[in-house]
Design a protein around this ligand. Structure first.
Ligand code: 8DG
Ligand code: MN
Ligand code: MN
Length: 382
């Protein structure tokens, strides 16, 4: 990537946080190919090179029109010779032989299959692959494999969870989550974050962020919500005929992670965007709106839900992080560090020059601290 000061004002920035990237991708044929290459490198543990392909794809996603000639990539940042060679081949042949090769590669296909299970990451997938396992049947019948609780739930609800969640379902879930949250704390509010807040019509889960005005409430609200889910909510909704009888047990899986957040801790510079806030990863039963699953004989489906509850004074930072996209967040942190001498993560923004934490009530405040034009959530699909 070229240094931004070396490029004219109108040029595309190397930083995703200085580009507006809507879901209207005019270069899908190229970005799909580059993302397969990136994913394959991730499976191989080559995160640096993977990121280079992810950045190249992201730049193309931000363009207002489809590329017409390879030469157009010359003026774009983050497009190295490898990416350009892939684009060139797609221009000439309609597809990339390297991408086709990866899509047919046994290791890639197996890693893709295994890591599609909730709770199974690249490490476990690789382990299973090198033990000669290729299918779910083989994994599940291998006596030496002990699945953890998350993976067990992942296999149990695999079909449901691997089906994308619709916006309609996300809105139905919001009502359910809001009901529980307001019951345990009437002053708390719930907002959808993650992909749906960026305008996506479908997601692999639904992400919610909870705002609690009273200090300390962020630490107790999620366990209380989980308890609430386990008891009254479903009964009441059952009485109101919102849920059917077999929906009574609404919580199919819950993993609460206690806060390890420390107000004085400086933002960390790490590869992954994981944060220290109180959060939970859930699988929730959701009543189907229209058709019932006749084969399964049930009128509900399992959906993945994430909840996060940051302290009020850091809410804007948590929201910015959880809104994503992952690459947008990564570039915000990189921009802050390299261009502004500030440390940013999901918890805070720290000015190294003055040794102070910069307070923010809104996402707009954070962009302003960084001297960046505000980018709306739906323009953060980098
Ligand atoms: P999708 O679900 O529609 O497929 O996409 P998404 O909503 O953009 O992805 P996600 O995997 O649900 O994650 C949403 C954002 O949350 C993403 O930018 C990563 C971010 N995130 C954090 N911290 C943490 C964390 O500690 N755990 C998880 N699971 N996600 C986190 O910023
Ligand atoms: Mn999500
Ligand atoms: Mn999520």
């Amino acid at each position: 990537c070229a240094h931004p000061s070396a490029t004219p004002e109108s040029a595309v920035s190397q930083y995703a946080c200085q580009r507006r990237t809507t879901l209207d991708n005019h270069n899908k044929i190229f970005t799909d190919a580059l993302e397969v290459l990136a994913e394959n490198l991730e499976f191989c543990g080559n995160l640096g090179q993977s990121l280079a392909f992810r950045r190249a794809a992201s730049v193309l996603k931000s363009l207002p029109a489809a590329l017409r000639h390879l030469q157009e990539t010359q003026r774009l940042p983050c497009l190295g010779e490898h990416s350009r060679a892939i684009i060139e081949e797609i221009f000439e042949c309609g597809s990339s032989s390297r991408v086709e090769e990866i899509l047919n590669d046994e290791r890639y296909r197996t890693m893709k299959l295994f890591s599609s299970v909730f709770g199974v990451g690249p490490k476990t997938s690789e382990n299973w692959f090198f033990r000669g396992l290729r299918t779910f049947e083989q994994v599940l019948s291998e006596p030496s494999i002990r699945l953890n609780r998350m993976q067990t739930a992942g296999f149990l609800f695999y079909e449901d969870i691997s089906n994308p969640v619709s916006r309609t379902e996300a809105n139905a879930l919001k009502i359910l989550v809001e009901e529980a949250v307001i019951c345990v704390n009437p002053s708390a509010t719930v907002s959808i974050t993650g992909g749906f807040s960026r305008g996506k019509e479908f997601g692999h889960d639904v992400d919610f962020i909870i705002k609690t005005p009273e200090a300390g409430q962020e630490d107790v609200i999620l366990p209380a919500v989980i308890e609430r889910f386990k008891s009254q909510v479903q009964k009441r909704l059952f009485q109101q005929k919102v849920l059917s009888e077999d929906c009574l047990n609404i919580l199919l899986y819950s993993d609460f992670q206690e806060s390890t957040f420390d107000l004085r801790q400086l933002p960390t510079h790490c590869f992954e965007a994981m944060d220290h806030f109180s959060k939970c990863f859930l699988i929730i039963k959701l009543k189907r709106e229209q058709e019932t699953d006749a084969r399964a004989g049930r009128d509900w489906r399992a959906v993945r839900v994430d909840l996060v509850a940051p302290p009020l004074e850091r809410f804007a930072y948590a929201l910015l992080g959880w809104t994503g996209s992952t690459l947008f967040g990564r570039d915000l942190r990189r921009f802050a560090r390299l261009e502004r001498g500030k440390l940013l993560d999901n918890h805070a923004l720290y000015d190294k020059a003055t040794n102070t934490f910069l307070p923010a009530n809104t996402e707009e405040d954070i962009f302003a601290h960084l001297g960046l034009e505000y980018i709306e959530p739906w323009q953060r699909n980098a």
